[in-house]
Design a protein around this ligand. Structure first.
Ligand SMILES: [Zn+2]
Length: 103
């Protein structure tokens, strides 16, 4: 057993608790932009999603980001995020694997 505690976050779509590196962060910046934050370090209110498109689609359908980010997110933003999400999915999976190698 390793004593190190893994920080857990909840996916806004499926409500599962997962380690942060298993999740993709979506952030609402102080300027009001809503975007995907692969670094996890951008300033603003964040929401977490499993790194899989099915969870994004679920979030889009139930407008989970509106609640999680405490702001109304336009349908066009959801569409844009969905495209971005698909685009970063491979990068995210690759990054996750290399992070595991570091341990
Ligand atoms: Zn999920």
């Amino acid at each position: 057993m390793r004593p190190r505690k893994v920080p857990l976050r909840k996916c806004v779509a499926c409500q599962e608790m997962k380690a942060k590196k298993e999740l993709i962060r979506v952030v609402r910046t102080p300027d009001g932009d809503v975007l995907i934050d692969l670094t996890g370090k951008k300033a603003g209110r964040g929401a977490y999603l499993c790194g899989q498109v099915s969870c994004f689609r679920l979030a889009k359908k139930s407008r989970s980001f509106d609640r999680a980010l405490k702001a109304q997110v336009e349908p066009a933003i959801y569409d844009q995020l969905e495209q971005d999400f698909i685009a970063v999915e491979d990068e995210f999976v690759a990054g996750k694997e290399s992070a595991e190698d570091d341990e």
